[in-house]
Design a protein around this ligand. Sequence first.
Ligand code: OGA
Ligand code: MN
Length: 194
Amino acid sequence: MSIHKLIDSLSSQGWYVWDDFLTLSDTQKIKQCIPNTLQDARIGHRDSLQSNKAVRGDQTVWLEPEMGTPIAFYMEKMEEIRQALNCQLYLGLRDFETHFCRYPNGGFYKKHVDNPKGAGRRKVTTVLYMNELWKLGDGGELVVFDKEDNHLFKLEPLAGRMIFFMSEEFPHEVLPTEQKRESIAGWFLTEKIL
Ligand code: OGA
Ligand code: MN
């Protein structure tokens, strides 16, 4: 697991799973900084949002470094990755937006593409999982498909694990979860957030 493997895999296959991106202590400390009140998740970019509970059942809060040192630490790591991806792959990533997500028992997110037809500014999706106690049968796996909708793989939402994938290329869904499920989704953007 390393930034070199991330760069190799993103350029060759368009996705990469980085286990132990953060330690359990890091994910626990991040969770302690998350505000108590989250909002029902919406669909689309943070500036042009639609509510739709039939599609996704999670609650979210946008993250800012001011929320605490553990969150600032995570965002600094993502900034280093942004710079590395730009230097090595010329992706032209200008910014990063990220939110914490909590799915209640029974929550899911139906199959979707984060940046359909490349029309938006999301270029690379990241999802960091926060479930220290996840076990087989708890559900909430991420299922990833290719552009032709062939099933590629299913990923358990294990704490500390992060997936990266090209936002335009991989339809994906979150299977119904049987437990509370927490994650931090992020997107490297081709334009600055103003
Ligand atoms: C998303 C998303 C996947 C996950 O927030 O767009 O697809 O595994 N999340 O939480
Ligand atoms: Mn998504």
